[in-house]
Design a protein around this ligand. Structure first.
Ligand SMILES: C[S@@+](CC[C@H](N)C(=O)[O-])C[C@H]1O[C@@H](n2cnc3c(N)ncnc32)[C@H](O)[C@@H]1O
Length: 261
C-alpha cells in the first residue's frame, strides 16, 4: 500500500467524496440569494478548493471569483473549467485572512463557504479578519452563506463519519474523525483517511489538522463583532423552505449573513 499525507494534493479523491452534493449546494445558494439577497450574479467563493462550485456557478451563468491557499487545488480548478465557464470565472491564489481585490469592494452579491472550511482559521483574529474582509467586498444587501459544524463542548466521544464512492474502477473510502474539543485552546484534532483501492491501486492518504471550535454563542458573538447580522440558519440538508426555528440548536449549521445596517 502506498501512503501519502495531504488530501488537498489529490483533489480527484477529495472530490469523489465531497463533489456529490455540488448541484444541490448550488441550488441552495442561488435560492438563498433570490429569497434573502440581491439575486445578482457576482459570486465569491473563499477557499474554493478544486473549483467544483465555481464551475457549477459559472455553468449556471454567474460570474464567480474563487480563491484558495493551495496551488494544487487551483490547478485542478483551472483544468476543469470549460472555455465558456472560464470566461465567467476568476481564480486567485490567496488566503481567507487577507484576500482583497479593490475592484470587488462593495460589488459582490453573495459569497459562500459551505463545508466547515471556515474552521481552518485558527484564531479569533484570523476569523474576524476573514469575515470583515468578506463583508467589505459585499454589496450592502449582499450575503455571506457560511456553513460549518458547531461544537458540543460536553461531547464525551470523538465524532466519526464514513463515506464510500466509486471513481471509475476504483473505490474511495473516506473516514473523518474529530477528536474531543479543547475548550480552552478552542480547537479539535482532525484526521481524515482516504483509502483508494482498485485493479491497479492501493493508496492511503492520511491528513491531520486542527479545526477551530465554535458553539452557537461563540459563532454569533464573532459575527456581531465582524459587523454581520444572521438572517437565517439552515441544516446541511439544504432545504431552503425550512430554516431552523429560533432557539433550535443543531450542530451542522449554514448561516445566512448580511452586513449589519
Ligand atoms: C474542505 S476544502 C473545500 C473546498 C471547496 N470550498 C469545496 O467545497 O469543494 C477546504 C479548502 O480550504 C483551503 N484552505 C485551507 N485554509 C485556507 C486559508 N487559510 N485560506 C484559503 N484557503 C484555505 C484548502 O486548500 C482547501 O482547498
Amino acid at each position: 500500500m502506498e501512503r501519502l499525507s495531504d488530501w488537498y494534493d489529490h483533489p480527484e479523491y477529495y472530490e469523489a467524496i465531497f463533489g456529490t452534493d455540488t448541484e444541490r449546494e448550488m441550488d441552495f445558494v442561488l435560492e438563498v440569494n433570490r429569497r434573502y439577497g440581491t439575486g445578482g450574479k457576482l459570486l465569491l467563493e473563499p477557499a474554493c478548493g478544486a473549483g467544483r462550485l465555481v464551475a457549477e456557478a459559472a455553468r449556471r451563468g454567474c460570474s464567480v471569483v474563487g480563491y484558495d491557499i493551495s496551488e494544487q487545488m487551483l490547478a485542478h480548478a483551472r483544468k476543469r473549467l470549460t472555455p465558456a465557464q472560464r470566461r465567467r470565472a476568476r481564480l486567485h491564489l490567496s488566503r481567507m485572512e487577507t484576500f482583497f481585490q479593490p475592484e470587488l469592494e462593495g460589488q459582490v452579491d453573495l459569497a459562500f463557504n459551505l463545508v466547515s472550511t471556515f474552521r481552518y482559521l485558527d484564531s479569533e483574529k484570523a476569523a474576524r479578519e476573514h469575515l470583515e474582509g468578506t463583508r467589505r467586498l459585499l454589496k450592502p444587501e449582499g450575503l455571506y452563506v457560511l456553513g460549518f459544524h458547531l461544537t458540543d463542548y460536553e461531547r464525551k466521544r470523538p465524532e466519526h463519519e464514513r463515506w464510500v464512492e466509486r471513481l471509475g474502477k476504483d473505490t474511495v473510502v473516506c473516514n473523518t474523525h474529530e477528536g474531543l474539543p479543547d475548550r480552552r485552546l478552542r480547537r479539535s484534532a482532525m484526521r481524515n483517511r482516504l483509502r483508494i483501492t482498485g485493479p491497479e491501486k492501493d493508496l492511503l492518504i492520511e491528513t491531520h489538522w486542527y479545526f477551530r471550535t465554535y458553539d452557537l454563542t461563540q459563532a454569533r458573538r464573532l459575527f456581531r463583532r465582524a459587523g454581520l447580522e444572521v438572517l437565517a440558519v439552515y441544516d446541511f440538508d439544504y432545504q431552503v423552505d425550512t430554516p431552523r426555528e429560533r432557539g433550535e440548536i443543531r450542530l451542522d449549521s449554514i448561516f445566512v449573513l448580511k452586513p449589519a445596517a
